[in-house]
Write a protein that binds this ligand. Structure first.
Ligand SMILES: [Zn+2]
Length: 217
């Protein structure tokens, strides 16, 4: 699936971490994106195809090599170590879940436009004996992927209205807050905010104390 869908899926998973903080949600989102680090060759291939006579095929050679249990343990271990002390085991479990959800999404909906199927060598670096692949895999641009992305965007809008955050918080808290303000101004009546607003929301400016009428005496 596309990195945008993977980001939406894993961020949505992150919102279910009990008493989740922004750091928690960012870590879980990253866990849902790190398998695609092995797609690093795509821009290099595009460049060499356009500007050289010996194009590389790095994407073809390496994509899905990190969609495996070895990378899951290493990447999710590092991400969990970046969590707050006392929450590392919990975050490690959520990171592993998001990582594997990425693999399942790819198995289900990542067939190439030419009909080629990617096999996921899950047991790497230990073995290539077990390759994940299903006969009913649909294409990257098929309607289930589009529907899933739209549903996740809907959840994102709901979370903005309800809890004051969107997936944009992964990249920029400032833009996220601006987006939340815009969405609440437009659709705020549909979903009222939670009474206990996000722990991380900036404190609202203190109401000025009512001025006591000045005595004439
Ligand atoms: Zn992938």
């Amino acid at each position: 699936m596309s990195p945008i869908t993977h980001a939406l899926v894993s961020w949505a998973v992150g919102t279910f971490v009990p008493r989740s903080t922004r750091r928690d949600r960012v870590l879980v989102t990253l866990a849902g994106l790190v398998p695609d680090v092995d797609g690093f060759g795509a821009p290099i291939d595009l460049f060499t195809r356009a500007f050289t006579e010996s194009p590389t095929r790095l994407f073809h050679a390496y994509h899905h090599e990190l969609h495996c249990v070895g990378w899951a343990v290493v990447a999710c271990g590092v991400l969990a170590a970046l969590a707050e002390r006392g929450r590392r085991a919990l975050l490690g479990a959520f990171c592993l879940f998001a990582f594997h959800l990425h693999l399942l999404c790819d198995v289900a909906g990542a067939k190439g436009p030419d009909g080629s199927q990617w096999e996921i060598p899950y047991l790497l670096p230990f073995s290539r004996a077990w390759q994940w692949k299903v006969s009913w895999q649909w294409e990257l641009n098929a309607w289930p992927n589009i529907l899933l992305t739209l549903l996740l965007l809907g959840y994102c809008v709901y979370t903005a209205l309800r809890s004051g955050r969107t997936v944009v918080e992964v990249a920029s808290l400032r833009i996220d807050r601006a987006l939340v303000r815009t969405l609440r101004a437009r659709f705020g009546r549909l979903v009222p905010p939670r009474s206990e607003e996000s722990q991380e929301a900036p404190p609202s400016p203190a109401e000025p104390a009512p001025r006591r009428p000045e005595s004439d005496s």
